[in-house]
Ligand binder design. Structure first.
Ligand code: AMP
Ligand code: ZN
Length: 493
């Protein structure tokens, strides 16, 4: 079946037809490194990860590029407010580059803890100033710019399709609706390509340019770096929904004005926001939850990953400690269930084609799979190929784990294979539990012991004893599952 994605441009599900068959060029807007990522930001990067993993699973070769914004991002996306990097560096008594280094490392430490795959290429804005200048020169040569008050602006009225992505009306964006913030702008939605003289007299990082010594506007970095690494037309561009009306709208205008090619990007993917009970989470307000704040309250970063996978990326997701607790418990049950099946497989000494090939993490060809496993795997793949439905994919995973008609080694094999996309580290999780000595491990060992005792009781035809073991476990919320392969267990959900 075809891979389909919801394209914000056009507002519909569309089959994915890459510019170059079989290959995907993907650019995801990266973090502005003036503070720790908050857990809302991490939602965006989990989406990028799921997208990349799903595409690769479906056989595409993916080149994933992500930028690091270390210059030019003002607190308002439309050139208003303070310079985020400058302000934060001042507050912390660090240089802008020290600050950027520190928070870039912190960002990747967080993404690693959440098992988010590193992009194929990460590029820093400050290392691509020449590329930005060259692109601005092309935009200028094509007649889309004007200089005013020492800055170089993009004139949106010269670009008739400006605002298509966000479905904005040109009449509303043009002159007459001045914000009053920047008197130099001809149309209120015009934006700065290059700042020379501006309100930031003491800007820390400045470069020479044909328009004078200064620094780039925020939007140009994404156009310049994505074109440099992915070409003048590429497949997928992603970011949070807040980027639709300004940042991505401006990126399109700049890129297409410079190259004259349309469309610059074929598919625009946007994640909805993670919100707190109290409302929006914002990095610039300073009060937000980081991954570390979840860890400090006893949660594993993968609990948060599980929580995020439970919602579709196009739906707003409300964060609460109760729902994170729910995700933590569900992930624990998942790992326990897998561990129980792994122990069962070991005890039966089953050796199938599937077990033999598991080391490589590759599912054997469908002809070697039994019907229920094949069916679940197909449905799992379809869920992801239909606009990355992680909630449906998770449901298929659980369905498979509860299906006692399937050979246990195949189930395990398929589950580990599914986890190559979900990224819940199930194999490592059960390895830890096997060797562990904590409360959960002690419980697992106790249950395995009781299962063995029950099997022995049954063999000796002591059915009363066998039944009482089952009942006692049930009273503790543990369900025993008998199957042709033997007995496994799971928590009652
Ligand atoms: P920033 O570091 O502020 O440039 O944002 C990094 C990414 O996080 C961007 O793709 C934003 O659109 C996204 N983002 C910001 N806030 C949230 C949120 N509360 N929920 C989901 N994504 C967000
Ligand atoms: Zn961007």
């Amino acid at each position: 079946m075809a891979f389909t994605l919801y394209n914000t441009m056009g507002r519909e599900l569309q089959p994915l037809e890459p510019v170059n068959p079989g290959k995907i060029g993907f650019y995801g807007c990266g973090p502005t490194v003036y503070n720790y990522a908050h857990i809302g930001n991490l939602r965006a990067y989990v989406l990028h990860d799921i997208l990349v993993r799903s595409l690769r699973r479906s056989g595409f070769e993916v080149n994933h590029v992500m930028n690091i914004t270390d210059v030019g991002h003002l607190s308002g996306d439309n050139d208003e407010g303070d310079d985020k990097m400058l302000k934060s560096a001042g507050e912390r008594g660090k240089s802008v580059l020290e600050l950027a280094d520190f928070y870039t490392k912190a960002f990747f430490a967080d993404t690693e803890r959440m098992n988010i795959t590193r992009p194929s290429l990460v590029c820093r804005a400050t290392e691509h100033i020449d590329d930005m200048i060259a692109l601005i020169q092309r935009i200028e040569a094509a007649g889309f710019t004007y200089s005013a008050g020492g800055n170089l602006y993009f004139d949106i009225s010269k670009f008739p399709s400006y605002g298509d992505l966000a479905r904005l009306r040109m009449e509303d964006l043009k002159a007459g609706a001045r914000t009053g913030v920047d008197e130099n702008k001809r149309n209120h939605a015009d934006f700065v390509l290059w700042f020379t003289r501006s309100k930031f007299e003491n800007q820390a990082l400045i470069w020479d340019s044909p328009w004078g010594r200064g620094y780039p506007g925020w939007h140009i970095e994404c156009s310049a770096m994505s074109i440099k690494y992915l070409g003048e037309q590429f497949d997928i561009h992603a970011g949070g929904i807040d980027h639709i009306p300004i940042h991505h709208t401006n990126e399109i205008a700049q890129s297409e004005a410079a190259t004259g090619k349309h469309p610059w990007v074929k598919y625009w993917i946007h994640n909805e926001f993670l919100v707190l009970d109290k409302g929006k989470m914002s990095k610039s307000s300073g009060s937000f939850l980081t991954l570390q704040s979840l860890v400090d309250r006893g949660y594993d970063p993968l609990d948060y990953r599980y929580f995020l996978l439970g919602g579709h990326y196009r739906s707003q997701l409300q964060f609460s400690w109760e729902s994170l607790e729910g995700a933590k418990n569900a992930r624990r049950s998942l790992t326990e269930r897998v561990l129980s099946l792994a122990n069962l497989e070991k005890s039966t000494g089953q050796k199938t084609k599937c077990s033999a090939e598991r080391a490589g993490g590759i599912l054997p060809s469908p002809k070697d799979l039994s019907e229920p496993v094949k069916e679940r795997t197909d449905r799992f793949n379809t869920a992801l190929e239909e606009d990355l439905s992680t909630p449906r994919a998770l449901a298929e995973l659980w369905g498979l784990l509860r299906d006692n008609s399937a050979p246990v080694s195949e189930v395990l094999c398929a589950v580990f294979d599914m986890d190559r996309v979900l990224g819940l580290k199930l194999e490592e999780g059960i390895a830890e539990k096997k060797g562990g000595t904590g409360e959960d491990e002690a419980l697992a060992a106790e249950i395995e012991g009781l299962i063995a005792e029950r099997a022995a009781a049954k063999k000796a035809k002591d059915f009363a004893r066998a039944d009482s073991i089952r009942t006692r476990l049930r009273e503790r919320g543990i369900l025993l599952e008998d199957s042709p392969s033997g007995t496994s267990w799971r928590r009652e959900s």
